[in-house]
Design a protein around this ligand. Structure first.
Ligand code: ADP
Length: 301
């Protein structure tokens, strides 16, 4: 079964169509990375899945339940981790989790074990009695995730889980997300960090202007859209424009990066193009970042 199904979903705001006929299916048990530049519609998609926002058109199902009609039942089955930290600073780590265990209707006699389990998963057992205001940024973020897991949901929505965090904290959160997957929890994670998707996601859906423009494992996406190798030519802006025109004529995707222009799928360049360009300055393996730039037209972090 698919844990999430979006079919022809559209969400319009007065000035922009944030989600535009979106089709997306997330099979149970995988971690899907919803990847896209700022403004692509990732957060709006997340809000539609929690029924915080209502679609203008289309069909949404979560764990087989229809949204928004059955959103209450659906919410009980999913764990939602918001982008913004809205923990109660006056409460301890344990108390923050207890409040949510109560809200999620974890039976009274099971609450303590549920909270202990969530604390352990987030490696916060020894901080259980610490007031949230005294936790480090990384600990708070882990607590925020633990809070979304306290009722042992089978589906977790993570909205930009590591945005704005320093690399070490990000690594800690990645380990936590890997543990979730090992437990068989379905995870939908929005991110604009390529590396995050590359490391954690079984499957990536690349979003741009409210639609999915490509879908597959990171390896499949790289192979299909960027090939095996990228050839970089360092050249003046004029020469780069010439190279871009020649490549476009031959149907070869390119990307510009300041002093150089890169030709994707360079292992299969037409002979005539290779001769016209001469040898590249650098050859390197293609990456998911190349795919992202070619398909969305945007640079990323
Ligand atoms: P992402 O999460 O990929 O950065 P968003 O879903 O936040 O993208 O935004 C998609 C588009 O919808 C953007 O152009 C954004 O300005 C617009 N948008 C998002 N939320 C609202 C809102 N509440 N009101 C009006 N426009 C919005």
């Amino acid at each position: 079964m698919d844990a999430i199904v979006l079919h022809g979903v559209t969400k319009r705001y007065p000035d922009v169509t944030a989600v535009d006929g979106l089709d997306l299916e997330v099979p149970e048990g995988i971690c899907l990375g919803l990847l896209g530049p700022n403004g692509a519609g990732k957060s709006t998609t997340m809000r539609l899945l929690t029924a915080q926002s209502l679609a203008d058109e289309g069909e949404i199902r979560v764990m087989g339940l229809r949204l928004p009609q059955q959103s209450k039942q659906a919410r009980a089955l999913m764990g939602v981790v918001p982008q913004l930290d809205n923990l109660d600073e006056e409460l301890t780590a344990r108390e923050n989790l207890e409040v949510f265990a109560h809200l999620y209707r974890v039976p009274r006699q099971e609450r303590r074990a549920a909270v202990d389990r969530a604390l352990a998963l987030a490696q916060l057992t020894d901080r259980a009695a610490t007031r949230t205001v005294n936790l480090s940024g990384g600990m708070r973020r882990r607590l925020l995730i633990a809070r979304g897991l306290v009722h042992q949901p089978r589906l977790v929505l993570l909205d930009e889980p590591t945005v704005g965090l320093d690399p070490q904290v990000r690594q800690e959160l990645w380990s936590l997300i890997v543990r979730l997957r090992e437990e068989g929890v379905t995870t939908l994670m929005s991110t604009h960090y390529i590396e995050e998707a590359e490391r954690l996601a079984d499957d990536c859906a690349l979003m741009s202007h409210g639609r999915i423009v490509a879908r597959g494992s990171p390896e499949e996406l790289v192979k299909e859209h960027a090939g095996a190798e990228v050839a970089e030519h360092y050249a003046s802006q004029e020469r780069q424009a010439e190279i871009a025109a020649l490549a476009a004529e031959a149907g070869v995707p390119t990307r510009r990066t300041g002093p150089s222009i890169s030709l994707l799928k360079s292992e299969q360049l037409p002979r005539s193009l290779e001769e016209a360009l001469g040898p590249p300055n650098v050859r390197r393996p293609a990456t998911l970042e190349d795919v992202f730039v070619v398909l969305t037209g945007e640079a990323v972090e």
